[in-house]
Structure formats: C-alpha cells, structure tokens
Design a protein around this ligand. Structure first.
Ligand code: HXC
Length: 518
C-alpha cells in the first residue's frame, strides 16, 4: 500500500470510529430506552445521501475533573447540512452517547457554526435536542456556549425558520433555545423539558412529581403550550418536522413552496350550506369547515392539544400555503381566553414574518369572563392577538361564519385591523354582544318597572335586536365586510381573494422595533 493509500484508510478508520464516539455500550443503552442515536435521527430526517457533516473531528478543550483523559471526536453533537425534499437545511443533533450530550464550549461552537451558515444561506435550521444540559466540568465556558446559541436564535428569529425537536432531556437554561425557536416538538415518554427537575422541585416546594408529569410532552403540548407537537415516537417526530417544512418557506424573503393539487379551486361544498345549527347555542365542528375548504382536505394543525377553543395550522389553498386561524365552537363555545390569544398571536406572527397569507374563520361569542382570566392578564394577552393581526402585512382574508361579538370581533382580523377581504356567511351576527345580554343591559329598568310582563318585553326587544344585528347586512351596508357569500362557495371565494392579493405590499411606520404587549 502506498503512503497515500495508508492515509486514506486511516481516515476511513478515524471516520468510522468518530461515528460511534460514545461507544457501542452507550448506543445500546440509548436503544434500550427506546431512543435513536443522533446519526440515526439525521438519517431519517435528511434525504438519503444528502448529509454533509461538519466538524466531525472537533474535540473538547476541557482539562477539569479528568476530562483531559478522553477526547471523543465530534464532542457530543453531530452537525452539518443536507436536504429535505430537495430543499437545503442546516442541522444539529445532540449525541447523548457522548457525555450525555452535555453542552461544552466546543459543542456550542459547532452548533453556532451551522446556525451562522443557515443564516448566510437563507435556509431553515433544525436542532434535535437530547442533552443533560451545560457540561458541568466546563463551568462558565458551557454557560457562555448557551449564551452564544441563544443570541443566534434571537437574531435568526423571523429570518429563517427554526425548528426544535426534543428527543430526550432538555433541562435547565438549555430549554431557552427551543423556547426561542419557531416550533418545538416533543416525543412522549422519552423527552422532557423543565427549568428545574423533580429533585429540586421536591427540595424547594415539597411537591413530588415525575419528570413526565413536570415537563413531559403531554404536559407541554396541552397545559403550558411550550410544545407545538407531542408525538408518539421519534419516527413520527421526524415525519412531523418534514411535513411542517413543506408548508413554510426557506427564509423571510422567499415564498413558501407551491403544492400541486388536483382539487379544483372552484369546488363547491354543499354541506357547508347546512352546517350552522338552527339554535345559536348549538355547536358544530370547525374542523369540518376547514377540511372542506382546503386543498385535498389536508390540514396540518399546530398546538392541537393546547387552547382547543381556537384552531391554528397550515394548509394549501389553490396550491398556495396558508395559515388558518379559526374559533372552535365545540370547545368553550369558541370563546377567546388567555391561552387561545397567546396561541393564535404567535401563529399569526410566524405567518406574517414568513409571508404566509392568513385565512381567519370567525365564530366567537367574546372573551371568557371571570377573575381567573382577569387576574391572569386576559387584557394583555388578548391584546397580543389584536396586535399580531393589526401588525400583519401578509394577505388577510376573513370569513365570519356565525357570531362575532364585541372585542373578540375586532381581534379576529376585522376590517379595521387592515383586513384585506372580509366575507360573512348569511348566518353571521356582528354585534357588540348577544341578544340576551344586550336586552338585559338596555331594558333592565323597563323589566324592573313591569315585572309581570318581563318575558314579553324581553322577547319583543330580543326580536328587535336580532332583526338589526342578527345578520350580516348592517355590516355589509356600511362596507365593514366586502360581501355576504354562500357557505358552499367559501373555498372558491377565499382562493380568488388570495389570488387577487398575491402582489400585496404594505408597510409599517419606520421604527427600531415594536413594543407589543408581551
Ligand atoms: C457532564 C453529563 C451531564 C452534564 C449527563 N452527563 N449530564 N456530563 N455534564 N450536564 C453524563 C453522565 O455523567 C453520564 O456519563 C452520561 O452523561 C449519561 O448520563 P446518565 O446520568 O447516566 O444518564 P441518565 O440516567 O439517562 O440521566 C440523564 C440525565 C442526568 C437526567 C440528563 O444525566 C442528569 O440529571 N444530568 C445532569 C442534568 C443537569 O443538572 N444539568 C445541568 C442543568 S443546568 P458517563 O460517562 O457515566 O456515561 C444547565 C444550565 C444551562 O444546563 C444554562 C444556560 C443559560
């Protein structure tokens, strides 16, 4: 063998050993926990043969606590670039088999390098987290590493999509990187996120909880809203990330990819003409409306288990990616509350940052009343959604299906928040409040003065109120909506509206940045 051939075979050997830097025993332990390794995850995520690994031979520089005795290649994270469905992405996957995927200074440098590359290339960055947090032996260097990553998360926000998959532990300050990214996905039973673990919780508050109860996928997907997705297993997690990417653009300057469809834009849905129940107090399923109007009935929901009184997610309409926001009458009558406002506001801001048009379906009886909501700052949280819609400059098409009462009507992408095209179904009721509440306020004195005829007074005034506000004609007369449409034509009308808005350009006043009600 020539010297060169020797060198090449040494390289091949070194690469092979770098690929299992944590050792087979730790890989087996990872599998025994039902988890994949960092490389297996990237293998599933990226198009076959597309992965270009960077910094495979980077080693930590720590000399504390015996660390100087071992220098595994790659140092606990696999980083690089590849494609998903042919589109370039930058990736990092923490390798739990090397020091528990804990973050060293060199590991943070590897992660920051791919984040910087993603920014320069205008491509999404996907981080797969599985880590014991800051590498304890490195002390402040590890903390500095987190700071470097967080700063990049912040600067990349609104420029390139950032997606976090949590595939194992993510504890302490480490949770703030996913929290700064656009979407966080967690795997049930094998991943958790918390600032302080069960042991610290017990010693400080006396509360006894398991890691799953404290910060598991189900908890964050349904109670805190920290996770956008909770999936059953890693394979489903990877597929979810890929599907999410198919709706969003590479960066804030490019359009989202078009998706070919055989679903005709002019398809009518007769079933929508009878979906609204006769009684205003009766619910119907908003998912049924969404699936009828989007291409091929394919709706990709975000935050499915959190604040279920509002639905947000992506779909295609006429091949274009759209963000759908819709009240859900089946859950708390579709009322807006703190969590629904937070959830929808964040989604609206993502769509606006990345040029994805917003389609809003309104059936909202108002904001949820009560001390719990007021003490929890429903005022400020509701204002987040109001702000997000008012600030958004992407095409905004709104359809009011039934109720649109009070402040909630304004918040849900009304005309005055620079809504582009606002339609209503003939069943729409756009008013300050519902008929019963209005009659109680306006005719309290008359009812008190003549209690024997309270029921007749109420019925007569309610009929008068409903005649005036229980339909969309007043709003249409005043130009607050563009048209009253037949429900069966909703898909076609929205698609046509979106086509007409394709070249929309709208500016905001010059400012350093806004001061939205956080
Ligand atoms: C160095 C670590 C480590 C860490 C784990 N390891 N976490 N090494 N720094 N933070 C090492 C272990 O020593 C072990 O090494 C290997 O990784 C696997 O860990 P195990 O404990 O055997 O695995 P498991 O039983 O699955 O438990 C995983 C774990 C636990 C729950 C994550 O390791 C753990 O509690 N780690 C510490 C978590 C933590 O408190 N981190 C600091 C958070 S504060 P060997 O060689 O035996 O295989 C923080 C601040 C960030 O991160 C601030 C940013 C602003």
């Amino acid at each position: 063998m020539s010297i060169q051939e020797d060198q090449i075979s040494a390289l091949v050997e070194r690469r092979a050993s770098a690929r299992i830097a944590g050792g087979q025993a730790r890989i087996d332990a990872q599998h025994a926990k039902g988890k994949l390794t960092a490389r297996e995850r990237l293998g599933l995520l990226l198009d076959e043969g597309s992965f270009e690994e960077f910094d495979m031979f980077v080693q930590h520089r720590c000399t504390n606590f015996g660390m100087e005795k071992s220098h595994p290649d790659g140092d606990g994270v696999v980083t690089g670039q590849g494609t998903i469905g042919g589109r370039p992405v930058f990736v990092y996957a923490q390798d739990f088999t090397v020091s528990g995927g804990s973050l060293s200074k060199t590991m943070s440098e590897k992660i920051c390098k791919v984040m910087d590359m993603a920014m320069r290339a205008g491509a999404p960055v996907i981080g797969l987290n599985d880590s014991g947090g800051a590498r304890i032996q490195e002390g402040i260097d590890a903390l500095a590493g987190y700071g470097e990553i967080f700063e990049r998360n912040i600067l990349a926000s609104g420029v390139i999509p950032q997606i976090s998959g949590i595939f194992g532990p993510c504890a302490g300050g480490a949770v703030y990187s996913p929290a700064l990214t656009d979407f966080t996905l967690m795997v049930k039973n094998t991943s958790y996120m918390f600032l302080t673990g069960p042991a610290v919780v017990k010693s400080v508050t006396g509360e006894v909880v398991t890691a799953e109860e404290l910060g598991g996928a189900a908890v964050h997907a349904s109670k805190s809203g920290v996770a956008d997705f909770a999936v059953e297993n890693e394979q489903e997690g990877i597929e979810t990330i890929k599907k999410l990417l198919s709706f969003i653009p590479q960066n804030n300057m490019e359009p989202a990819p078009l998706r070919e469809t055989s679903d005709p834009a002019a398809r009518v849905s007769d079933c929508l003409n009878s979906i609204i129940p006769d009684s205003p107090g009766k619910a119907y399923d908003m998912y049924g409306v969404i699936r009828e109007i989007v291409d091929d009935g394919d709706f990709f929901e975000i935050h499915r288990s959190f604040a279920r009184n509002i639905i947000v997610g992506f779909a295609h309409m006429g091949g274009r990616s759209v963000g759908i926001v819709a009240n859900q009458p089946q859950m708390l009558a579709g009322v807006l509350d703190i969590n629904a406002s937070r959830k929808a506001a964040r989604f609206v801001r993502f769509c606006d940052a990345f040029g994805i048009p917003l389609v809003t379906l309104v059936d909202v009886p108002g904001f949820l009343p009560g001390t719990q909501q007021e003490y929890g700052a429903v005022i400020q949280n509701g204002a987040k959604l109001l702000y997000a819609y008012g600030e958004a400059t992407v095409p905004k098409v709104t359809v009011t299906l039934r109720k649109a009462y009070g402040g909630a009507h304004i918040v849900m992408s009304c005309k005055q928040l620079r809504g582009d095209i606002n339609y209503a179904w003939p069943t729409a009721q756009i008013a300050v409040m519902g008929a019963d509440g209005a009659v109680d306020v306006l005719y309290a004195k008359d009812i008190k003065a003549d209690p024997g005829h309270a029921a007749e007074i109420r019925a007569a005034k309610k009929a008068e109120y409903e005649e005036l506000f229980g339909n969309p004609y007043q709003a249409a007369q005043k130009g607050y909506i563009e048209d009253i449409i037949e429900p069966r034509n909703t898909r076609f009308r929205i698609i046509r509206a979106l086509c007409s808005l394709e070249g929309k350009k709208q500016d905001l006043p010059a400012k350093k940045h806004d001061n939205l009600p956080l």
